[in-house]
Ligand binder design. Sequence first.
Ligand code: ATP
Length: 319
Amino acid sequence: MKTIAVLTSGGDAPGMNAAVRAVVRSGIYNGCKVFGVNRGYRGLIDGDLFEMDLSSVGDIIHRGGTILKSARCLEFKTEEGRAKALNVLKVFGIDGLVVIGGDGSFQGAQKVSEMGFPAIGIPGTIDNDLAYTDYTIGFDTTLNTVIDAISKIRDTSSSHERVSIIEVMGRHCGDIALYSGLAGGAEVIIIPEAEYNEDEICKKLIQSKNRGKKHSIIMLAEGVGGAQELSEKIKEKTGIESRATILGHIQRGGSPSAFDRIIASQMGAKAVELLLEGKSSRVVGIKNNEIIDMDIHEALAIERKLNTDIYKLVDVLSI
Ligand code: ATP
């Protein structure tokens, strides 16, 4: 293994830069050349690659977003698109590819491996929706952004004695809503993985108000949808003033947390180590505080499960 390419793909996540830095620096440390690919698989098809040196990743460990930019690329889902990309990798003399992204990006990496080209995935997504790893890069920073927003909304919500519904990202995965809800002291969590009953929620809000609570916070995952509609229904059914806030893209930005920088650095170095060992079709992750690697097919086949202990705990602590 002499020449490695690295790309970031799918939705961006804080900490991707720290992972790129780790791939570049540990690659060079181990005597490799490292190329960066701009705009994910789009750049791979277009031949938008450039050689990176030690200083090209200087001053980025603390920056959100990704210096390599990210894109969604439908053409890469076609055999012709992937054949073009493989040709580009050959032309540039690349021997192995590191893909930093979410499950879609991993499916792309899996296809690359199936074409006989070594590829390793690093989990970079704020959603934390990859079951094989305890954490994905970006999730912790997003939680911190969300709990900061919850605190601010809580101030105004308690002044006006309102219910606040805060809609957060995560698509089909409720982890951002669940864990920020626990950390932010929410009363109710509404996520795609668990059934909810509107009347039960309204009852809880009324009981809370009657025992003197000045405000209540409901965390709503975007996969369930409709913060504004829910707010109107709650007002109608309980008579309590209610406001919806959709946090939106603020959740993707910001300087990565220490935790995200640490796991990104470890995972980046691990991906290079795997390529140097001649491995392919693997993803890296963190399980029980240890950096692990696993076959991509196996990792993508693991079904996500709701952490019911955490879900119940939110209910107990918001009694
Ligand atoms: P996030 O969930 O954080 O947005 P992601 O990696 O899941 O990240 P996607 O948009 O699903 O984001 O995928 C990113 C890119 O990966 C796609 O634009 C496409 O180029 C490639 N990709 C996704 N699925 C496949 C697939 N089945 N085969 C080949 N390439 C794919």
